[in-house]
Write a protein that binds this ligand. Sequence first.
Ligand SMILES: [Cu+2]
Length: 176
Amino acid sequence: MTTIKIPPFAALAILLALGLAAPLAAHEGAHFSAGQPGDPKKPARIIQVTMREGDGKMMFLPNRVEVKRGEQVRFMIRNGGLLAHEFILASTDENLKHAEQMMKNPEMEHDDPNGKSVAPGKSSEIVWRFTKTGQFEFGCLIPGHREAGMIGTVGARAGHGRERAIGPGRWNCDQD
Ligand SMILES: [Cu+2]
């Protein structure tokens, strides 16, 4: 395969010509549908997620996570399967659009604040702050994987900041 070296200015000119410069520029302060990248120096609740295949399915374990708005989570993602997988945290709409792009470009790999590709036997991490309430999802967008079951949901609900966790998805509220 021949490698063509493009000088940076020429590359920018090409991007401008293709109308691609705007999305690149917009990447600064990028829009994420599920909240915002977290601060690894601040405390975070650790949630371990395993990815694997089995019984003709592909899955995340667990595939349901409950958080409260404002909470910071460190997803520790382990690929315990035999295939490459990825963990892309976004809205369902956004993941479906992204999955369409990946159908055209199945080799696409991710190392983004909200998405990581993880090779078999490897681990990765995402530190994320859920700044919005709503229903979000983490999915593996490698063609066929989401369809085979690689989807998980995150429910983010409002909190007033005085809750104490008393179990998965359950909080006790301190009185004033
Ligand atoms: Cu996968």
